[in-house]
Every structure is written in structure tokens, then in C-alpha cells.
Design a protein around this ligand. Structure first.
Ligand code: MRU
Length: 320
């Protein structure tokens, strides 16, 4: 596997937004060319590119492409903004480009998000003890952020400091972002890991095999409630029961001060066929972990703890 550089994950070319098709990974490394905002929106909706920050970056590139092609920008904004409902990074990125929908601005936003990941990794690594056995859910690596990674970036930073013994990787049903994407990234980084079924996490905690849980986020409410891949809430409950640190790593582009609590966060209901092609099924893509179960939230600004109403920074970077 060639190095997973930011441009390899998602980039803007003259006539297309190009993404590494994450539906085909890890078995096939195939690029998908999106020649319009509508095609970028489709790539987001179908998870060819996924992960909250990466969705934002792709949407920013989609809007810049639309502007370069003289497309109706309001229509391009709407088709991109409505591609998926939960990750607030999507609208954050589109709003960042609203007044300057240029390739330069979109590329700068991409670079900023990657730099945020590096800074989050350093902040979060401070929370990791030597010999750590870390458990993670879904994929929060470079594929999910456009480069380096959020929670998996923290694992990487801690590994580089010699603090990590191994990583437990939840397979993350139904689309297996853990078993396919996180495993692929950790394998490439040479970090020891083991893929587990999602249902094994709690018993590994009970057996004393886990030292901390690190996850990402798709939207964080003003009170610190965290929306993330379905299954995250269950991990937080188990971690709390076993007295383990539950750490959320997410850039400030994931903060939504307009959502007072998790009740204000729209949860995407995906095709039940992703769960069962034969029988009736229900497929919420995300769940909400209440703030009281979140030990710390790590952003590029630093480590934040409850009460989150007063400790979380503003998502408006120019305001800081
Ligand atoms: O449905 P997905 O694969 O887009 O869900 C992704 C997650 O839930 C991630 O944990 C979250 O977006 C953070 S990515 C850094």
C-alpha cells in the first residue's frame, strides 16, 4: 500500500474530486472520480468517502468544483449538505467556503483538518499510560479525516511515544469500518492490533484486557453529548461500569453549539438492507453518548472535561 497521504484519500483536480473508494477497501485500492457536486454528494451518501472530517473536506472540494464549473452554487450547497444528516462537519465545511468557494480555500481547509489531527494526537497521547491496550470503534484514521486521523491519530501518536501495547478494533457492524479500514491502517502503520466482534468489547473490559476506550465523533452538542457510530454508547456504558477512561477525539469542526444536547442531533437511519437482506431490520448509523459518560473530549485546542458547556471551545476558528 502506498503511503496514505491526504491527497490519496481525497483531492480536487481540475475536472473532478477524486476519492479513494472506501467501499472497496482493503481488498481493492480504486479511485472514484466525481465530476460534479451531485456526484460528490453520492460518494458521501454511499460511503465511498466517510468519516465526519473527511465528509467535510470532500464537500468543500465539491463546492469548489461546482464554482469552478459555473454550477448553481446554492443548488450545489444543498445537494452536498443533504447527503448525510449527522456529521456536522459537512455544513461546517460548506459554510467555511460559502464566501470563498475556491480550490485554494478548500485545499487550505483540508490542510487545516490534517494539522488539527496531528495536534489532537499530541494532546491525547498525554492521556495514555505506558503499556496501553486501547479499544477503538469504527474508523477514525486518515481515511476518516482526510489525513493522519482523530482517535486513531491519537493511537498513532501514543504508539510513536512507545506507550501502546496493542489495539482492540471493533469490527463495527454492519459496514465493518473497523475490520476493513482501521485494520488496514494499523497494519500499514505496524501497530499491533486484533479485530474483535463488537459484542466482545465489554467482556474484554471485564477481563481487564482494556485500559482505555478512544472514539471519534460526528457531532458534539453544547453540553458534551456525543454522536458517533452506533455502538459507541454501549462502549461508554461498559467503560463506565469497569471504571475505564472513555476519550473522544474530534476536531472543533465537529462541535455544534446550536445543539443544546444529544436530543437535538439528527441520527441517520440507513438502509435496513445493510443489516439484513432477508428479514425486517432497523439500521441507525449513529447513537448518542451522554456527556456524563464522556471522561474527556480532545480537540486541536486541548483536553476538555465536564462541565463541557464551559470547557468546549468555539468551532469558529477565526473567532479564536
Ligand atoms: O458512517 P461513517 O463511517 O461515516 O461513521 C464514521 C464515524 O462514526 C466516525 O467515528 C466519526 O465520523 C469520526 S471520524 C474521525
Amino acid at each position: 500500500m502506498a503511503e496514505l497521504t491526504p491527497e490519496r484519500i481525497v483531492r480536487l483536480e481540475l475536472d473532478a474530486v477524486v476519492v479513494l473508494d472506501q467501499r472497496r477497501l482493503p481488498d481493492e485500492e480504486v479511485e472514484l472520480r466525481c465530476a460534479s457536486a451531485a456526484e460528490v454528494a453520492d460518494a458521501i451518501r454511499t460511503l465511498a468517502i466517510r468519516g465526519a472530517p473527511a465528509i467535510g473536506v470532500a464537500a468543500a472540494y465539491g463546492l469548489a468544483l461546482a464554482a469552478a464549473h459555473g454550477e448553481d452554487l446554492a443548488a450545489a450547497y444543498d445537494v452536498l449538505a443533504s447527503s448525510r444528516p449527522t456529521a456536522v462537519n459537512l455544513r461546517w465545511a460548506l459554510d467555511e467556503l460559502r464566501d470563498d468557494p475556491t480550490p485554494e480555500r478548500a485545499r487550505a481547509l483540508h490542510e487545516e483538518e490534517v494539522e488539527c489531527c496531528r495536534r489532537m494526537g499530541q494532546h491525547a497521547a498525554e492521556l495514555i499510560e505506558p503499556g496501553a491496550r486501547l479499544l477503538t470503534h469504527c474508523n477514525t484514521g486518515g481515511l476518516a479525516t482526510g489525513g493522519y486521523g482523530s482517535a486513531l491519530g491519537a493511537v498513532r501518536a501514543a504508539w510513536e511515544r512507545g506507550l501502546v501495547e496493542r489495539v482492540w478494533v471493533d469490527e463495527t457492524r454492519p459496514l465493518l469500518q473497523g475490520a476493513r479500514l482501521t485494520a488496514w491502517e494499523l497494519d500499514e502503520l505496524g501497530i499491533p492490533f486484533s479485530v474483535i466482534v463488537d459484542g466482545a468489547a465489554a467482556s474484554l473490559m471485564a477481563a481487564g484486557e482494556v485500559d482505555a476506550v478512544l472514539t471519534g465523533a460526528d457531532r458534539i452538542a453544547a453540553n458534551g453529548d456525543v454522536a458517533n457510530k452506533v455502538g459507541t454508547y454501549g462502549l461508554a456504558v461498559a467503560a463506565s461500569h469497569h471504571g475505564l477512561p472513555f476519550v473522544v477525539v474530534a476536531p472543533t469542526s465537529t462541535l455544534d453549539p446550536s445543539a443544546a444536547s444529544g436530543a437535538d442531533i439528527p441520527i441517520e437511519a440507513r438502509d435496513p438492507g445493510e443489516v439484513s437482506m432477508r428479514f425486517p431490520a432497523t439500521n441507525p448509523a449513529f447513537d448518542v453518548t451522554p456527556a456524563e459518560l464522556v471522561g474527556s473530549i480532545v480537540t486541536e485546542v486541548g483536553v476538555h472535561r465536564a462541565p463541557y458547556e464551559s470547557s468546549l471551545p468555539s468551532p469558529v476558528r477565526s473567532a479564536r
